[in-house]
Design a protein. Sequence first.
Length: 106
Amino acid sequence: MRRVAPAVLVFAIAAGACTPSKLAYGKVRSALVDAGLSDANAACMAERMTDRLTLGQLQRLQSLQAPKRGLSDYVLTVRRLGDAELLGVTTSAAALCATGFAPEKK
């Protein structure tokens, strides 16, 4: 049996570190800013949401664009999408980020 070359092993580890959620962070953060959230809240929420939602759910969030608005208005807009998991993750991320309890906010 052949031994795996060290370069192949390093590549496999690096590819595992680049999960879809990590790649989606920038897009989700931008979508949240486009939806009217502040940069700080968008960054905090994107960190939490990309780890907890599917790529399909994250794509649905990209459609929500509006002028500046608060977190509560954003959560109400997400509620209209009719996805309970999406609403739950968004609500918890908004609450934790707004209160400062999210580790990403510190």
